[in-house]
Design a protein around this ligand. Structure first.
Ligand SMILES: Cc1cc2nc3c(=O)[nH]c(=O)nc-3n(C[C@H](O)[C@H](O)[C@H](O)COP(=O)(O)OP(=O)(O)OC[C@H]3O[C@@H](n4cnc5c(N)ncnc54)[C@H](O)[C@@H]3O)c2cc1C
Length: 296
């Protein structure tokens, strides 16, 4: 049923990278919740799998000396949801982690797999985009850092050379999580075991008097061929007061930037409606989390 030629379990990142070099076409597998489905559907044949499930360097959440939060790519969604550092500093990410699949899936599915599979519906990505997360990519020459924004290059595609690179760590910079509050809302046809019909995360940094927007980020899943940041709307809302007019501008703005499509899950028209609704709701929640209030 599964066309697997060879599976190698490794215990370090360097071992994984070496095996990728020695076995052209080999595929990194972590929780396997995507890879196993693709194998079962015969989208991958004669697979050589490099399992990084037991690589300690890839697991866990830590606070770096400079205050950045580092999340190992092999950290499961359950671990992220339970983690005190995440809950205290990036609660929207803990919430997003808890929206993935079911308890069984969250126990094995990893944040690195969620990013690297390139899925436009990935539940962790909109929130990470709202915190301008950075990615540490390992190859045989060491580690280089890339922004998550721009990492998704097309449906199911990311800017990673899978023949020789792997995602090691996701970084949430200190100045990002210290200065902003965020909210993530996922719309699905049911509450569990459901891929997002559309997801929206909004983060805000409010002015000192909490009456206007100092900075805002709006990110969506399933609203375009890749996860999307609504950059024009963000720019237009800087300095805007927390009023009904600002909400109208937000709704209008996102509508101009999203490019959803029809699918069996939902029509384009429905996704356009969701873009407006979810961005307003996530904005209101983010403002509230930041200690502000929208004056209707
Ligand atoms: C029943 C079910 C329900 C699901 N529900 C949801 C849901 O609600 N929301 C959601 O977002 N997703 C959902 N998914 C999809 C999936 O669980 C997630 O995308 C998950 O995060 C993938 O992680 P993984 O560790 O299992 O990835 P894997 O299957 O191990 O890998 C996925 C891809 O990423 C690559 N990869 C993995 N780790 C690395 C790394 N460190 N460096 C480089 N490449 C890497 C692999 O080569 C592969 O291409 C669901 C899947 C199933 C089966």
């Amino acid at each position: 049923m599964y066309d697997i030629k060879k599976t190698c379990a490794v215990y370090s990142v360097s071992e994984a990278l070496q095996l990728l070099q020695e076995n052209p076409g080999a595929l990194i597998v972590n929780g396997g919740t995507d890879v196993m489905i693709r194998l079962k559907e015969r989208k991958i044949k004669e697979a050589v799998l490099v399992s990084v499930l037991h690589v300690e360097e890839l697991r866990g959440v830590s606070l770096r000396d400079n205050g950045d939060i580092a999340i190992g790519a092999g950290t499961t969604f359950d671990e992220i949801y339970q983690n005190a550092l995440i809950r205290e500093n990036i609660p929207a990410l803990a919430y997003a982690a808890n929206q993935v699949g079911s308890p069984q899936i969250r126990h094995v599915a990893t944040i690195g797999g969620n990013i690297c599979n390139g899925a436009v519906s990935a539940d962790s990505v909109p929130t990470l985009l709202c915190y301008d997360a950075m990615l540490e990519i390992a190859d045989c020459n060491g580690i280089h850092t890339l922004p998550l924004r721009g990492f998704h290059t097309g449906p199911g595609m990311v800017g990673l050379d899978k023949t020789r690179e792997l995602l090691q760590t996701i970084i949430i910079p200190r100045n990002e999580y210290e200065n902003r509050s965020a909210s993530y809302i996922k719309f699905g046809q049911r509450n569990a075991m459901e891929i997002a019909t559309l997801g929206c995360a909004v983060s805000v940094h409010l002015s000192a008097d909490k009456c206007s927007i100092s900075d805002i980020r709006i990110a969506m899943s399933v609203a375009a061929p890749t996860p999307l940041r609504c950059r024009e709307t963000e720019k237009s809302l800087i300095g805007a007061p927390l009023t009904k007019q600002t909400i109208s501008a937000l709704r209008k703005g996102v509508l101009n930037e999203v490019k959803p499509r029809d699918s069996w899950r939902a029509s384009k028209q429905f996704r356009l409606q969701l873009s407006k609704e979810l961005s307003e709701r996530a904005f209101r929640q983010a403002v509230e989390a930041a200690g502000g209030k929208v004056y209707d």
